[in-house]
Design a protein around this ligand. Sequence first.
Ligand SMILES: N[C@@H](CCC(=O)N[C@@H](CS)C(=O)NCC(=O)O)C(=O)O
Length: 233
Amino acid sequence: MELWYWPDLPGRGEFIRLYCEASEIEYTDMAREQSADALVEHMHELQGRRPFAPPYIVDDEVVLGQTPLILQYLSDKHGLGSGEMDVDLQLFQLQMDIADFVEEVHSVHHPIAHDLFYSDQMDAAFEKAAYFRAQRIPKYLIHFDNAIASSGGPFTLGQQWTHVDTSLFQLMEGLDYAFPNYMKAMQGSWPHLEGVQGIVPDIEPLAEYLASERRIEFNEDGIFRHYEELDDQ
Ligand SMILES: N[C@@H](CCC(=O)N[C@@H](CS)C(=O)NCC(=O)O)C(=O)O
């Protein structure tokens, strides 16, 4: 399977990488093997009902974008779901909630336009960040915490981890990176989620990946960016 994503940032691609690594699904990280230019060229070559933006996968005849959909597809294909349609759809629903939240995280440092630099929209970002920390982070994290609690934990499906758990791990890591003061002050507010964050790295193949050079560190080109002025002061 080919994974196409920007080579120098974790971004949305990392949600796919983590799940593949944890589940030992083989993939080639195409733009990391080739280049960002190769990704742009490859996207241009895709025709018709093509993905709007990376990440996307090419798996024989299947060409799919949208992070939640890719994860659901991989889970179904490899028999890694719950085995019950209603539960798998709820996992997909949670994955879409995560995607919505990820978009909001991005819009904190890019509140006006995707194509402008952060430095061109800092004032609006400062205002947006205060609202985001006060209202949106708690609203989403309590929602995810409740989802885990309802299964009895430690994962979203009790003893069985799924793509939702690897994604929640990445989400929490990203928030810790972007808003360290806020996350420290709020520690203990979402204990089940913090539990998932602590336990996901113990999934064996994942531990190896996380310690490897293949794991891309968070940086200021990605979705989770650390700008001191956007964190609690
Ligand atoms: N909803 C999509 C969003 C995809 C997306 O926005 N990808 C970013 C990179 S993380 C991109 O390259 N966007 C280009 C654009 O929006 O013009 C998903 O969850 O995968």
